[in-house]
Design a protein around this ligand. Structure first.
Ligand code: ADP
Ligand code: MG
Length: 372
């Protein structure tokens, strides 16, 4: 068992979270459970995390006075999404330590920087080209061929900011859709499975959760199952890649890495990294129900410099996102006694909005994992 470091944040201290969505809310619930106070900073009205905070600031990320006041009220600050402006992060870090370090945010905020960073570590990614003009786009379409995705470099999530590029796509129309935003053109890869790895790193430890297998519909996560139907050597390789990234970023907290599992010509399997998320992740929500310590608890433990909790999984799971009007079926969802229901307290079930999730919890079997 690890020792508690003398510089650990004591219960009763205040943890600040930039962003107030469902990830902030779940982090806050864990922090409360461990005896901390929570302060939230988020521009949106009625943010799900406001409800579980001792104090919140509903203000824009360019409101320096509000940022100063928020930061001065916290002992440590973290964030629940990667699109926090650099200026806001710089401002709060004048007063209060921020974890994870801003390097992870800078790398993951921009798809081009992210790919350059991964490539510099020798980690394979899908073929891509940088797009800054219509000419770049036409050239890249010629080089990479049909079936690509045009992705804005910044501010994309849940498939937003992405456009499918096919054989007959017109560069002019695509360029218009981009609206002058810098982008990348990325080759669509024919993966066998999508997986993600969740790593937790503190000053003294680095631990993983079991690899997750993810199903996306309309480029949005729909379902996660664990164990993933992947051989053991791919799990080991996925964890090794994750460790390499985590250490290179000198990371503190939970980091998620999304990967594609590919089949090579010789039938061997390989991995490409799709993207990294410097935060707790939707594909790790099952850890609430199937692990001794959830991803949310462990993120709080890491940033508070506590010993990390066990990531051991005691059940097999299938996590399903509740999206948009699916949430109106809460009565039948609640009636299923094998699943744990988690709703985020959002009022408007608009299409594509993540409203909650269910986790089907089954006895450990492991029969889904082939050995090679
Ligand atoms: P977001 O930031 O919106 O999550 P992603 O790059 O992860 O953006 O894309 C969302 C989903 O779209 C992925 O999880 C995957 O299912 C699909 N996708 C993205 N890039 C590719 C690609 N190069 N080849 C095949 N599918 C892709
Ligand atoms: Mg993604």
């Amino acid at each position: 068992m690890s020792e508690i470091c003398p510089t650990s944040l004591a219960p009763g201290s205040t943890i600040g979270i930039l962003g107030g969505g469902q990830l902030g809310r779940m982090l806050a619930l864990s922090a409360l459970k461990l005896g901390f106070h929570i302060h939230i900073f988020c521009p949106q009205e009625n943010s799900p995390a406001f409800e579980v905070a001792r104090k919140y600031w509903q203000a824009d990320f360019d409101d320096m006075t509000a940022l100063d006041e928020f930061a001065l009220s916290c002992d440590v600050i973290t964030f629940e999404f990667e699109n926090i402006p650099d200026s806001a992060l710089e401002r709060v870090s004048r007063h209060t330590p921020v974890f994870p370090d801003k390097k992870a945010l800078q790398v993951s905020q921009d798809r081009l920087h992210e790919k350059a960073f991964l490539t510099s570590l020798g980690i394979p990614v899908a073929p891509f080209m940088k797009i800054e003009s219509i000419l770049d786009l036409a050239l890249a379409m010629e080089r990479l061929g049909d079936d690509c995705l045009l992705k804005t470099r910044r501010l994309g999530y849940d498939g937003k900011g992405q456009f499918a590029v096919q054989e007959n796509s017109d560069p002019k129309t695509l360029w218009k859709q981009l609206n002058d935003q810098p982008a990348i053109l990325e080759k669509k890869v024919d993966f066998i499975r999508e997986i993600s790895v969740l790593v937790v790193r503190s000053q003294a430890e680095l631990v993983h959760y079991d690899v997750c297998e993810n199903l996306h519909l309309d480029q949005m996560l729909r379902r996660t199952r664990v164990p993933a139907a992947i051989p053991e050597y791919i799990q080991t390789r996925a964890n090794d890649i994750a460790d390499q990234i985590t250490v290179a970023l000198d990371y503190t907290g939970v980091l998620a890495i999304e990967m594609f599992m590919m089949k090579e010509e010789d039938d061997d399997l390989s991995l490409l990294v799709n993207e990294i998320a410097p935060r707790v992740h939707n594909s790790g929500h099952w850890t609430e129900c199937a692990c001794i310590t959830s991803q949310f608890d462990n993120h709080i433990r890491a940033i508070a410099n506590w010993p990390l909790g066990s990531t051991r999984r005691h059940s097999d799971i299938v996590m399903t996102n509740i999206i948009g009007e699916d949430a109106l079926n809460w009565q039948s969802l609640a009636a299923d006694t094998d699943t744990s229901l988690h709703l985020y307290g959002k009022e408007d079930p608009r299409p594509g909005r993540k409203m909650g999730h269910t986790t089907l919890v089954l006895p450990l079997k492991d029969i889904m994992t082939p050995k090679n």
